[in-house]
Design a protein around this ligand. Structure first.
Ligand SMILES: C[S@@+](CC[C@H](N)C(=O)[O-])C[C@H]1O[C@@H](n2cnc3c(N)ncnc32)[C@H](O)[C@@H]1O
Length: 241
């Protein structure tokens, strides 16, 4: 059997603003002019750090129904599960951005602590409980949506229909573009769902393209999928008229 992280569920682990910046190639976006949604943002510190820099970012995750202490306990358990497995599968990763496992662990703990502080301060004003694929956000409420380590990566438990419904919902609530990173599964292979989505006629009103980015931690995980409505203002297929 191919080596991979062995996980019971989607894990609650968070990345930093700097990782998001690289994963999503945010240098080519004028972030100060955007209203950004972080999709399945978990305990990432992206939202906290971005707002502290003056950007407009909202985080969304099913975990935000829970208290900070429950989130903290689950996050600590999940981080422990991942860190324990890493020595045996270290060759599936590029040790460049992170020099070694202790420095990776330190970054993840830093992200989580920044998140908890911000979550306690701003609560659901900034951290919106959402169970994808459904949201209560309005049409075009955001200009950019970012999806990190949620879709494609967990293709063994989130099926095609889930991916399709989530992306259609993101097209409804996002006016400019949706960026999804990575597009590999937990084995480090490009998810077969990417091609199926790109060929799906329900996405005729959208364009999808794959772009290389300057961040690779999982080997081969250095590409993002960019999805846009064909013309700004053109209703996506599931928009209400
Ligand atoms: C691996 S974490 C990624 C966190 C963050 N995006 C990052 O890259 O640092 C995956 C997140 O997906 C969330 N999640 C899983 N299924 C979800 C669903 N149906 N709706 C909303 N969030 C979900 C989990 O709670 C978890 O926080």
């Amino acid at each position: 059997m191919a080596k991979q992280l062995n996980l019971k569920d989607v894990v609650l682990i968070g990345r930093t603003f700097d990782e998001y910046y690289r994963m999503f190639d945010l240098g080519n976006i004028s972030l100060k002019n955007e209203t950004v949604l972080d999709v399945a943002s978990g305990v990432s510190s992206f939202c906290a750090e971005a707002n502290a820099k003056g950007y407009d970012v909202t985080a969304s995750d099913r975990i935000y129904k829970s208290s900070a202490s429950d989130i903290g306990q689950k996050c600590a358990r999940d981080l422990d599960t991942v860190i324990k497995q890493l020595p045996d599968i270290a060759d599936l990763y590029v040790w460049d951005y992170f020099k070694d496992i202790p420095s990776l662990k330190a970054q993840r703990e830093m992200a989580y602590k920044l998140f908890v502080r911000d979550f306690k301060k701003y609560g659901q004003e900034r951290y919106v409980p959402v169970e994808y694929p459904v949201t209560d956000f309005g049409e075009d409420q955001f200009t950019i949506s970012l999806v990190s380590h949620f879709l494609f990566l967990y293709e063994d438990r989130l099926d095609y229909e889930f991916h399709k419904r989530t992306i259609l919902e993101l097209l409804r609530i996002t006016s400019k573009e949706i960026r999804i990173f990575p597009i590999v599964n937990l084995k480090g292979k490009r998810s077969s769902l990417v091609e199926s989505l790109m060929c799906d006629e329900d996405f005729e009103q959208s364009t999808m393209s794959i772009r290389n980015v300057g961040y690779e931690f999982m080997k081969n995980g250095n590409e993002m999928l960019v999805i846009k409505n064909k013309e700004t203002g053109t209703p996506s297929p599931n928009r209400s008229s």
